[in-house]
Design a protein around this ligand. Structure first.
Ligand SMILES: C[S@@+](CC[C@H](N)C(=O)[O-])C[C@H]1O[C@@H](n2cnc3c(N)ncnc32)[C@H](O)[C@@H]1O
Length: 234
């Protein structure tokens, strides 16, 4: 049978679980997976800033799909949770949206502010520190919320889902992109740091918060076990 060629490879793909190569790879990754995963959750210092710069390219494809599903239009107010180096903040501002970003890492906030200095100076992009349990935007004020590869690190996902529902205007959209928790994590990621929810669990958090039309999107051209969930506020 012909194989589907993936144009977007999985940067975390490894050998088949259980194989000798997989065991070797897991052993080699063991000493660094804790520190590396903690840096991904809250980048800090030189290693964190390096990781942030790596993400600009490494997570471009998943962010581009999220952007496409969000479909921003000029004049909208959009909130991004966990913007990292701020590539998507820039794309949203370039589309004519007013953008708020929330980050737990002050190093990422500084990096994103430097990389988007003009838009930050103009007030088109406003950056805030926070962990998503309280969002900085008023009730019913935001047209869309986007978050890519951050749900694993939310201290209280139900609280963040409720905050998203609070701040979205009726009819506002959400796009969440994450690794599917039904697929085992690669050995370089620490499961005590990466709490990857299943699609069903994440969808339940969103529905329980009052969001509707929760839909799952997959991309055949992306090899990584990624899912994009979209939802609408009532
Ligand atoms: C794996 S990176 C992804 C960055 C960016 N979204 C991307 O796709 O390139 C995770 C980011 O989420 C941030 N983060 C982690 N927990 C967060 C939270 N509870 N609230 C806001 N940001 C958070 C981290 O500081 C980090 O910048």
């Amino acid at each position: 049978m012909a194989k589907t060629a993936c144009t977007i490879p999985d940067p975390t793909a490894g050998p088949a679980a259980g194989s000798a190569r997989a065991r070797l790879r897991a052993a080699a990754a063991a000493p660094i997976r804790g520190p590396l995963s903690r840096q991904a959750a809250r980048p800090h210092g030189v290693p964190g800033r390096l990781l942030g710069r790596l993400w600009i390219r490494e997570s471009a494809a998943v962010n581009d799909v999220a952007f496409e599903l969000l479909d921003p239009t000029a004049g909208e107010r959009i909130l991004e949770i966990g913007f990292g180096p701020g590539r998507t903040l820039r794309r949203l501002a370039d589309a004519g949206a007013g953008v708020d970003g929330v980050e737990v890492s002050t190093d990422m906030l500084c990096l994103a502010a430097r990389r988007n200095a003009d838009a930050v100076r103009r007030g088109t992009i406003r950056l805030h520190t926070g962990d998503g349990t309280r969002l900085p935007t008023p009730d019913d004020s935001v047209d869309a919320v986007v978050s890519v590869h951050t749900i694993y690190f939310w201290p209280d996902p139900r609280a963040t889902a409720a905050e998203i529902a609070r701040t979205l205007r009726p009819g506002g959209r959400l796009v969440l992109a994450f690794r599917d928790g039904a697929v085992p994590l690669p050995s370089r990621l620490d499961p005590s740091v990466y709490n990857t929810p299943s699609v069903e669990t994440a969808a339940t958090w969103l529905r329980d918060a009052g969001l509707t039309d929760v839909a799952e999107h997959r991309r055949a051209d992306v090899c990584a076990p990624l899912v994009w969930l979209t939802a609408t506020a009532t």
